[in-house]
Design a protein around this ligand. Structure first.
Ligand SMILES: Nc1ncnc2c1ncn2[C@@H]1O[C@H](COP(=O)(O)OP(=O)(O)O)[C@@H](O)[C@H]1O
Ligand SMILES: [Mg+2]
Length: 268
């Protein structure tokens, strides 16, 4: 191989190793209706990827492809390939429970279990066999709450119901619950849409901190939020991926007119 070719191959390998998840020709159908059309999108390691676009364009559908949450919708069918560290997550031998421990999810509306704060967090690690002794459970609760920026607020009431917390605290509890099983990727579907601006700012700050240790994909209808928290942005429209790239570029100099129109508030 020539020197230039070697260099190119090395660059390509480095780029490849920065990819945590990859969707290739992902198409999704709900019954007869096609919701996503041949989407090709990479999710980079230790960065935040924002999925934007008008309501109904397929953001949540794509997000759910990444941990096979669409499997839970009877009429939903997924074509194409999604890989995690290069491995097809739709392959027959994949254990979906294990997959969802590696690719966790936080939903739009905070949904703590109707149990104590403590129980909300140890539930996942326990069913995945990651903890068994009381000391291990205490440790995972404390560590997860610290990472979610919630420990100081709740440390004196770990046995109280999670549902008794404020909306913003509940959402950070759900993030702590997701973190507790040591996922590699965290999917968030409009995690701040039910929160006030102060709680939203806290969650956004948290997302920025979490990026150091996790790979994050966030659906948001807020352009400002996408610009604030993400490094990469993917713009969807009517089930198609219109454009994706560095967030800075997407918001200052997008290639596509649809992206331009959407980020400047001309539709959506
Ligand atoms: N469970 C479902 N059953 C049938 N159609 C659905 C379902 N979920 C989403 N869709 C349809 O798929 C398309 C994309 O939806 P969705 O992924 O929720 O968009 P977004 O998150 O961008 O608002 C929409 O037309 C929506 O009506
Ligand atoms: Mg959605």
């Amino acid at each position: 191989m020539s020197e230039a070719a070697t260099e190119k191959a090395v660059d390509a390998a480095i780029e490849e190793s920065a990819i945590k998840m990859r969707g290739t020709d992902v198409s999704v159908f709900y019954g007869e209706k096609q919701a996503l059309f041949d989407v090709n999108l990479d999710v980079r390691k230790n960065s935040v990827t924002a999925l934007i676009g008008p309501s109904g364009c397929g953001k949540s559908t794509f997000l759910r492809c990444l941990n096979r949450m669409n499997d839970t919708i009877d009429i939903c069918r997924v074509n194409g390939e999604v890989t995690l560290d290069g491995e097809n997550i739709y392959a027959p031998m994949i254990d979906v429970v294990e997959l969802r421990a590696r690719v966790g999810m936080v939903f739009q509306k905070p949904n703590p279990f109707p149990k104590s704060i403590y129980e909300n967090i140890v539930y996942g690690p326990r069913i995945h066999g990651q903890v068994s002794t009381r000391a291990e459970m205490d440790e995972v609760v404390e560590r997860s709450l610290i990472k979610a920026g919630l420990f100081n607020e709740v440390k004196d009431r770990l046995q109280e119901p999670g549902t008794g917390l404020s909306g913003g605290q509940q959402q950070r509890l759900c993030i702590a619950r997701a973190i507790a099983v040591s996922p590699e990727v965290i999917l968030m579907d409009e995690p701040c849409s039910a929160l006030d601006p102060i709680a939203t700012a806290k969650v956004e700050e948290l997302i920025d901190e979490l990026r150091v240790n996790y790979t994050i994909v966030i659906v948001t209808h807020s352009m400002q939020q996408a610009a604030r928290v993400s490094q990469r942005t993917a713009m969807f429209h009517l089930g198609y991926l219109v454009e994706e790239g560095d967030t800075d570029k997407m918001f200052t100099n997008p290639d596509n007119k649809l992206t331009q129109d959407y980020i400047t508030g001309r539709f959506g």
